[in-house]
Design a protein around this ligand. Structure first.
Ligand code: AMP
Ligand code: MG
Length: 433
């Protein structure tokens, strides 16, 4: 099951042919492009009941095998008749000749001067193309209604056969990440199971002698490992199969064994910490021993150091992301690099995050020449406009700044200082769920 892509061209060759600007100061856009070009999708299809397919990537186009709705039908509770019998100048009277229910059609044909009492969703009777809502008519007697001039246009309140989904047309394209509406749409076509990409298996561990898990006692000078828990949550939301490998010490032997184990059991390995140039940062050399790994210093803040590549062990291979150690840097790197890569591995359509423009309530310090991701709180002001302020201290170790934020302010590479009131681009963390 493990991914066994043997590229005809190596990852480093791919990367080098694309031009590397400066690996010590790679722009965010270049790093993203390099990752994007290097990744090959996995493509193992499985068929799932639609109830289990939420968040999965659709593996084949779904062609509509029927019209939805299958028949013209009423959009309202009211009376159905032929629209060409309406008048714009005088009241028209119709005789009620029967009833049409959703699921129980009126069987006869409706002539001029006649109408049928119709419920929402009922098939339009023969001879009818217009529905006047119940609340618009006056009833003259048990079997007669009056329709005032101009209260309804010919053809109104009629849903056309196939107006939602048309027979033979593509209803959903492969690569779509399935959301609740898509699953409902599949159901509306009578489709019970759906071809999706299998879940990616992601192994992850934290590195650092100072790290303790939440169930351990905190020794002098140590800290609790938070990265593994944010990663766990972010990967869960992406629908990955998780292999949590805990905390790994800063020593090359243990690291190599962990990398090998991760590589042999997962499609992707994600680590945090140990990718800078400190004396205990052994990740680089260990990764490099096991495969093709590009180490970058990306012109961004937070999240400067990052490793990306592919490692091998015992005939298995896995993509690898070596993320920085600082908790905010981990989340930023995940959201702006890893997430898209994981979706791409599953053949998902490319859907860059939706950026919105907001006025910055305050001045923001920013240096041109790197992309900055500031944590923000966006809100609608009294004039109904979107504005944003930063969540206090923006240090890359201050995870509270992520917890308090509801958006990320993305200040692009060339942007300099932001003045109060200037427009900035933001990405909201959450929309409708
Ligand atoms: P490093 O890149 O390993 O030098 O780590 C950078 C900073 O992030 C250090 O202050 C680490 O203690 C901290 N750090 C590394 N890993 C974690 C983690 N898993 N949870 C919380 N903080 C971490
Ligand atoms: Mg460390």
């Amino acid at each position: 099951m493990n991914q066994q892509v043997t590229p005809t061209i190596s990852l480093n060759e791919t990367i080098s042919t694309m031009g590397y600007d400066d690996p010590q100061n790679l722009s965010v856009s270049k790093a993203r492009e390099l990752i994007n070009q290097s990744i090959q999708p996995t493509c193992t299809i499985e068929h799932l009941p639609i109830q289990q397919a939420l968040g999965r990537v659709l593996a084949e186009d779904i062609v509509s095998g029927m019209n939805v709705p299958a028949h013209d039908n009423s959009a309202m509770d009211g009376y159905a008749f032929a629209g060409n019998t309406l008048s714009t100048v005088e009241e028209v009277s119709y005789r009620i000749i029967g009833k049409a229910f959703a699921g129980r059609a009126y069987q006869g044909t409706v002539a001029a001067g006649e109408c049928v009492r119709i419920m929402t969703g009922a098939v339009m009777p023969d001879g009818c193309d217009t529905v006047v809502p119940l609340e618009f008519i006056s009833k003259a007697s048990e079997d007669r209604i009056h329709v005032a001039p101009g209260c309804v246009q010919p053809g109104s309140n009629r849903r056309m056969a196939g107006e939602d989904l048309r027979l033979g047309k593509i209803a959903l394209r492969r690569g779509k990440v399935l959301r609740p509406a898509d699953l409902g749409l599949l159901a509306s076509l009578g489709i019970a199971t759906v071809p999706v990409q299998r879940r990616l298996r992601v192994a992850f561990f934290s590195t650092g002698d100072e790290l303790r898990s939440v169930d351990q006692t905190l020794d002098e000078g140590c800290i609790y490992d938070s990265n593994r828990y944010t990663l766990h949550a972010m990967l869960t939301r992406l629908g990955c199969e998780l292999i949590d490998m805990g905390v790994v010490k800063d020593d090359t032997v243990t690291l190599e064994a962990s990398f090998r184990q991760a590589c042999e059991h997962a499609d992707v390995v994600i680590t945090t910490g140990g990718v800078s140039l400190g004396d205990a940062d052994y990740i680089r050399q260990t990764m490099a021993q096991l495969g093709e790994v590009a180490f970058w210093s990306i012109a961004m803040r937070p999240g400067r150091p990052m490793a990306f590549g592919k490692i091998n062990s015992n005939g298995k291979s896995a993509y690898l992301f070596g993320l920085p150690g600082n908790p905010v840097a981990v989340m930023v790197s995940f959201y702006f690099f890893v997430k898209q890569a994981l979706l791409q591995m599953q053949g998902a359509e490319h859907a860059p995050p939706l950026m919105l423009k907001a006025s910055s309530k305050h001045a923001i310090k920013k240096r041109a020449g790197r992309t900055e991701y500031q944590r923000g709180i966006a809100e609608i002001n009294s004039e109904g406009e979107l504005e944003v302020s930063i969540t206090g201290s923006q240090g890359s170790g201050i995870l509270r700044s992520m917890s308090e934020a509801n958006c990320m302010i993305v200040l692009d590479h060339d942007q300099g200082q932001v003045t109060a009131g200037a427009k900035v681009m933001i990405v909201l963390f959450e929309g409708l769920i």
